[in-house]
Ligand binder design. Structure first.
Ligand code: ZN
Length: 451
């Protein structure tokens, strides 16, 4: 799916200039905010005014009085196996009150969704006579980074409240030159893990992460980041755009949600990046010594060696390259532990030297593309830990590079028009994003990388 340079969009040329350094990242606020309840857009810690009791130096009598009437709070972290009930009891809440509070809270929070380490704030009223704490007042917790839920006692029992943190989506652009591996360079370039994983997955259909990537190749990405009103990152959103420029040829892909609501990544022609078979059936990020592999005695497809090897550490998950049925799983002589998957009456893939085969992966088992079928190793006749991968057409090993795959879905009609509009929008946003060089991380770049 490489595109001839003549079809290079203009923005590629515009962005090349900024990636001579290693890392470029900038943000553009789109100003879109999400809040189900704008009147109560409080960040955690601001919800309950009484939470600020500790550490405040009183300055006046009225403040003293105010402080004296404020409730007392305890923060309890959920331990492994804890129920919300356990936590409330541990904080000193009476069982009957705890039952009622949890029952009320259930309306907006499933107590079973409590996570280990989650902090639960339990509030008690001030006692009428100075010492200890009064009756249970409220329970507050933050089920995720965006939501705060509480149950507070009132004259009618318990009132629940849900507060959504106001978040703003900004677009972030990052780019860099690949030095050792895409993974390391992208990490150094400030690309968050979730985005990196998505990018590698999207390119795994087309890119052989071991052989296609060369020093000096480049990547560019644009992704969403959600921040609170103080500019703190709440979470990373979707990867919207990625481009790998391999040996001078750009391969841009765009996220697009089709009319049926299914998100996918598409090339410039509106073809899904998904193919029948993966070129890289291991997590591309695990191939950390892509260039170093040139010293490996066995390289790619030859008459002697009928497959491609991926240099990955023993235990790296191996994925089914495509949907299919397992034809063989077990010891296979010099191949060591071996799995072969039949994809259709012509195509099969094989995986060798595995350290172990995943549970349930036996002859006749059905597998889906991307499913983990085994773990790489060095069993059989092997020179060291690696995954040996073969593609078979009509039962003959073939050079995977020679196999042309049909692209997945191709957008058409209104979907294609919408995609093209979205693509233009993405290109414009990307071009407008500020970029900054992180000079410190680009020490002594090889002369060939200086533009
Ligand atoms: Zn091999």
């Amino acid at each position: 799916m490489r595109i001839p340079t003549t079809t290079r969009p203009l923005w590629i040329a515009a962005s090349v200039a900024v990636i001579a350094g290693l890392a470029v990242a900038g943000g553009l606020s789109l100003g879109s905010t999400f809040s189900s309840d704008p009147s109560s857009s409080l960040s955690a810690g601001e919800l309950e005014p009484e939470r600020q009791t500790a550490g405040i130096a009183p300055k006046s009598d009225s403040e003293m009085e105010d402080l004296a009437s404020r409730p007392i709070q305890t923060v309890v972290a959920a331990r492994n196996g804890d129920t919300l009930m356990d936590i409330l009891l541990r904080a000193g809440v009476e069982r009957m009150e705890a039952v009622k509070a949890i029952e009320a809270l259930r309306e907006i929070f499933d107590p079973r969704a409590l996570k280990v380490g989650q902090k639960v704030t339990v509030t008690f009223e001030r006692p009428s006579h100075g010492i200890g704490s009064g009756p249970f007042h409220a329970v507050t917790l933050q089920p995720d980074s965006r939501r705060l839920v509480s149950a507070k006692r009132d004259e009618n029992g318990y009132a629940v409240r849900e507060t959504k943190r106001k978040e703003t989506m900004e677009l972030v652009r990052a780019a860099g030159v690949i030095r050792s591996s895409l993974f390391e360079s992208a990490r150094a370039g400030g690309v968050p893990n979730t985005v990196l994983v998505e990018m590698i997955r999207a390119f795994s259909y087309d890119v052989d992460f071991q052989r296609d990537i060369q020093p000096g190749d480049r990547f560019e990405v644009m992704f969403e980041r959600f921040v609170d009103n103080k500019g703190q990152t709440i979470r990373t959103g979707e990867l919207l755009f990625a481009n790998l420029t391999l040996s001078g040829t750009p391969t841009p892909i765009y996220r697009y949600v089709d009319a049926s609501g299914r998100p996918d990544y598409y090339n410039l022609k509106g073809e899904s990046v998904r193919k029948a078979l993966l070129r890289t059936p291991v997590d591309g990020a695990r191939i950390t010594s892509s260039f170093g592999m040139r010293q490996h005695p066995i390289l790619g497809y030859s008459k002697m060696h009928k497959g491609v090897d991926f240099g990955v550490a023993t235990g790296t998950p191996v994925m089914a390259a495509g949907d299919g049925v397992i034809e063989m799983a077990g010891d296979n002589g010099s191949y060591g532990n071996y799995v072969r998957i039949r994809h259709d009456d012509r195509h099969a893939t094989a995986y060798a030297h595995l350290s172990r085969i995943a549970q349930g992966m036996r002859k006749g088992a059905r597998v889906r593309q991307g499913q983990i079928i085994a773990y790489s190793g060095s069993t059989g006749r092997s020179t060291g830990p690696h995954l040996h991968y073969e593609m078979l057409v009509s039962n003959q090993q073939v050079n995977p590079l020679s196999v042309k795959f049909q692209s997945g879905t191709k957008l058409a009609g209104r979907d294609l028009n919408r995609f093209q509009a979205a693509m233009r929008e993405t290109n414009m946003q990307f071009a407008q994003l500020p970029t900054t060089h992180r000079v410190a991380s680009a020490k002594n770049p090889p002369a060939s990388l200086l533009e």
